[in-house]
Design a protein around this ligand. Sequence first.
Ligand code: SAM
Length: 280
Amino acid sequence: MLSYRHSFHAGNHADVLKHTVQSLIIESLKEKDKPFLYLDTHAGAGRYQLSGEHAERTGEYLEGIARIWQRDDIPEELAAYMSVVGHFNRNENLRYYPGSPLIARQLLREEDKLQLTELHPSDFPLLRSEFQKDDRTRVSRADGYQQLKAQLPPLSRRGFILMDPPYELKTDYQDVVKGIQEGYKRFATGTYALWYPVVMRQQIKKMLRDLEATGIRRILQIELGVRPDSDQRGMTASGMIVINPPWKLEQQMKNVLPWLLKVLVPSGTGHTTVKWVVPE
Ligand code: SAM
């Protein structure tokens, strides 16, 4: 079952959080000369048209990227991310939203490598055509979880793995933990970032307990909520679990989250979290 299309959700508050964290990790990895692999297990289509039928139908980006686009008080932690959004929107209008593969493409260096996987029959060809002329990148129509076994450790021995499944299958909550375990067994020094939605808080609590039980250390949790937890349908918050985060990330997120909360959730119903699930 592959019914999820990211085009309905592109640029929403969850994407803003995810892509802020993604861009800060990439910028930190670039501080060393040595090249690295960027592995995106659930890559999506790459580019999303915000004036398109899907994005217009939900209007989610209006409460996400549209709220920060063109503000004149953007914190420096958002500079890399906003430079990529700006690259795809050269005039004043916000027309396109870059997904995680295009954010990586813009921020990575000539010597770095990208490995992207996507399974959806409509999104995979879109992703492939975005990268046709990029020699650094391999795009495969393959299962993202398998890549954690097949692609790790990277030849360069440096890597950033982004895992962003749709959670349309309940098994995703277990599969992400198994996938991280498989990856970590092969490549314990990599930086892993896992996105999660808070739909039912119990599912996230269980996922975190399962992660703790793996024995993996240095697990940082970053979360931005827009509404209090609820039993009703719908996502009330989203977060990123980062294993082996760059040393600056905790402080960078503590700096920028209050601003994001103020701008993205003007109603005042939200919350932010930056905490170690498992420390050093
Ligand atoms: N990471 C993207 C971004 O930030 O722009 C968005 C990805 S979207 C949340 C999740 C994607 O995973 C969907 O496009 C879906 O088709 C794809 N997908 C679902 N199951 C998959 C699997 N087992 N392996 C690879 N891709 C999968």
